[in-house]
Design a binder for this molecule. Structure first.
Ligand code: CO
Length: 144
């Protein structure tokens, strides 16, 4: 079948101190922030560091009951999810369900940067939380 994944959009890392993580990536690896956003609906603040055409997404909770806060409490800092770029988020979500995958989002919903996203549950995808990311518009962030 056709590969539905067109690119790695971002690798998301949960951190407890966003400013310290941003500084570390900047001072140690020279990676700078391309975009920052607070996504209130998810209870997260994020910073995107550009790596070629993809991003490292540093994530930190904005409230104690957010999913990322629970992740940090349970697992500590580290890899949280992988975001794959897809041309059609709804179609990719349907493909996951058709193959027995367990989805977290029943339908695509707004993500950061004006994207459309849906999450796939790690229990049916070999332990990795997967985010399907559809980025139709160039918001001056995703493409040079
Ligand atoms: Co993400």
């Amino acid at each position: 079948m056709e590969n539905l994944l067109t690119e790695i959009d971002h690798v998301a890392i949960a951190v407890s101190d966003l400013e310290a993580a941003i500084e570390w990536y900047r001072d140690t690896l020279g990676a700078s922030v391309a975009h920052r956003e607070v996504v209130e609906s998810d209870g997260v603040a994020e910073a995107l560091l550009r790596v070629a055409d993809s991003y490292v997404q540093l994530l930190t909770p904005t409230r104690p009951d957010s999913p990322v806060a629970r992740f940090l409490a349970r697992r500590g800092e580290g890899l949280h999810h992988v975001g794959y770029r897809v041309a059609d988020c709804a179609a990719a979500l349907a493909a996951v369900r058709a193959h027995g995958g367990r989805v977290i989002d029943e339908r695509p919903r707004p993500g950061s940067r004006g994207t459309l996203v849906a999450f796939v549950h790690p229990s049916a995808s070999f332990g990795t939380l997967i985010e399907l990311v559809q980025d139709d518009a160039d918001h001056g962030v995703t493409r040079k």
